[in-house]
Design a binder for this molecule. Structure first.
Ligand SMILES: C[S@@+](CC[C@H](N)C(=O)[O-])C[C@H]1O[C@@H](n2cnc3c(N)ncnc32)[C@H](O)[C@@H]1O
Length: 279
């Protein structure tokens, strides 16, 4: 090996090492894991506690429910500051799925339905950037106004669902775009689909998908995303369900869809919450 070949190999190694370090750091920052779990969780408390909170807010003070680093690691909370509520294992899974389709040259874009502050989509865009991929888009689908009211006539599994009453789940499009911008990742490889999934997903101008990550919590949000997007998932692509083990309605939607479509590839457990399969 001559000197120039050796230096190319060294440069490649450094570049690979930097890619790995960047993606690792990105996951840690997005999930607020560099600060020992000291983020704290969204905490609204009871009526009297909310009054206390309002009084404190007037004095620029706030109350946070502190959680253990393990809870944040497992994504078992609604964090106060982190840009994703997804925990370490599910972020690792997302990275693994995206990098597998890149390595295997499985064609298609990447989407998350249900993005909250945008963290998982920011991770996907960051992975594309780290690998120098310029011909894939990250689709960001959300109402940017929280979850819909349940429609128990149409989706009985959602009866009594209270997610739509939680203001902390409503994060505006402006805020999500600002989060992408802070990481230097807001560009034309990111496309937003604002509105209810039932309105935006069936006609979305997406040609094919390599990774679809569903995180809409409810039966309706999950089945609507599956029906609209699964036909666009290419063979070898990944379907990730964030709430499979955690939310009964979501699990039932996945089971109903898989039964209706005759999908029998095994579901793989990620952690206490998520599952995925490869088409
Ligand atoms: C659990 S949060 C998503 C967490 C996010 N994936 C993360 O990385 O932190 C659920 C999100 O789904 C959105 N959502 C749920 N159902 C929806 C629907 N039917 N249409 C549009 N957005 C929906 C909510 O607005 C909310 O932002």
């Amino acid at each position: 090996m001559d000197g120039s070949a050796a230096s190319v190999t060294t440069t490649e190694k450094i570049s690979q090492d930097l890619t790995e370090r960047y993606v690792e750091l990105l996951k840690q920052v997005l999930s607020f894991s560099l600060w020992d779990g000291r983020d704290g969780a969204v905490w609204r408390g009871r009526k009297s506690a909310r009054l206390l909170q309002r009084l404190l807010e007037q004095r620029n003070l706030s109350v946070a429910r502190m959680i253990s680093p393990e809870v944040r690691q497992n994504g078992g909370d609604w964090p106060r500051l982190a840009h994703t509520m997804v925990g370490a294992k599910r972020l690792d899974n997302l990275q693994e799925c995206v990098e597998q389709v890149l390595r295997g040259q499985i064609p298609g874009d990447l989407i998350e339905t249900g993005v909250w502050r945008g963290g998982s989509c920011i991770l996907m865009r960051g992975i594309l950037a780290a690998h120098g991929i310029t011909d894939r888009t990250v689709w960001v689908a959300d109402s940017f106004a929280g979850l819909p009211e349940p429609d128990p006539q149409r989706y009985p599994a959602d009866a009594g669902d209270r997610h739509h009453t939680v203001p902390e789940l409503a994060v505006s499009l402006t805020e999500v775009k600002e989060n992408f911008r802070r990481y230097g990742l807001l560009d034309d490889q990111v496309r937003f689909l604002p509105g209810w999934f039932s309105d935006t997903l069936p006609g979305a101008p997406i040609e094919q998908l390599a990774v679809m990550r569903l995180d809409g919590d409810m039966y309706s949000s999950t089945i609507e995303a599956l029906r609209a997007l699964y036909p666009k998932l290419v063979e070898g692509g990944f379907c990730i369900i964030d709430d499979y083990w955690a939310v009964e309605g979501c699990r039932r939607a996945v089971q109903d869809f898989r039964t209706a479509e005759g999908i029998d590839v095994p579901l793989i457990r990620i952690d206490a919450c998520g599952a995925y399969w490869r088409r």
